[in-house]
Ligand binder design. Sequence first.
Ligand SMILES: [Zn+2]
Ligand SMILES: [Zn+2]
Length: 295
Amino acid sequence: MAAAKHLPVAGVFGTVDLTAGRRETPVSPGFRNSRKVLEMIRFASLGSGSQGNALVVDAGETKVLVDCGFSTRMATARLARLGTCAEDLAAILVTHEHGDHVAGVFSLAGRYRIPVYLTHGTHAAAARGRSGLPECRLIDGHAPFAVGCLEVQPFPVPHDAREPVQYAFSDGAHRLGVLTDSGSITPHIVDVLGLCDALVLECNHDQGLLAASRYPTHLKRRIAGRFGHLENGQAAALLQQVDTRRLQHLVAAHLSQENNRPRLAAAALATALGCDEDWIGVADQDGGFDWRQLI
Ligand SMILES: [Zn+2]
Ligand SMILES: [Zn+2]
């Protein structure tokens, strides 16, 4: 079902196509309840951590990539590992300009002619000094927009970047929330991530391991600060605030290889949810994680 024109594209600005100078026209909401055919969402990671991040969201007719911190060669190899390819991507959605998220975005997008969606601040920071940029569409960090049959809801996060956002996705029946690179939790984040069927949630570090690490003091302060990264305990506290009644999948992501351990992240999230640790997925820097399907 090619439904972009029917999905709610709320917000003041809609999205702006910088290449063509085109501003997409918002359409009236209300389509969600009228949809007769419901797509299935599945998602997978190409890799997650400070060395590079990329997540694929597949809603059947529409596949999008969230960030690409990998070279084109590595990204295409990892897409192939998941049985998909760059040619199938309808968009690359960028969260912020840090290299582990954006390093490979423009080369992949240029090579395969994939539109890049990003906030004005992220565009200003990430595109500075670059020429020959692929098609970039500016988004309002508070306004949902449509990509094919996916509704994409960006939401601002406190992180030390120009205008960082994270994303929630819906096909009208299921909802996936993604949150990494956030130094603290805001009421808006709690609100957006409520009633998700799946969550990918940053567990960057363990407080004790970070404090004892060889990192210089200024870096420890930055990571642990309000605009740094979520530690296991903060991620667990977030879970206790959001409505998790519909949760089918929970994956801990963006783990520091130095300052965290998969079992510590899983234990923290499992305690918060009151579930078995084995139920919690943990994203890996090299392996990411395999497809998870929302039903
Ligand atoms: Zn990051
Ligand atoms: Zn970052």
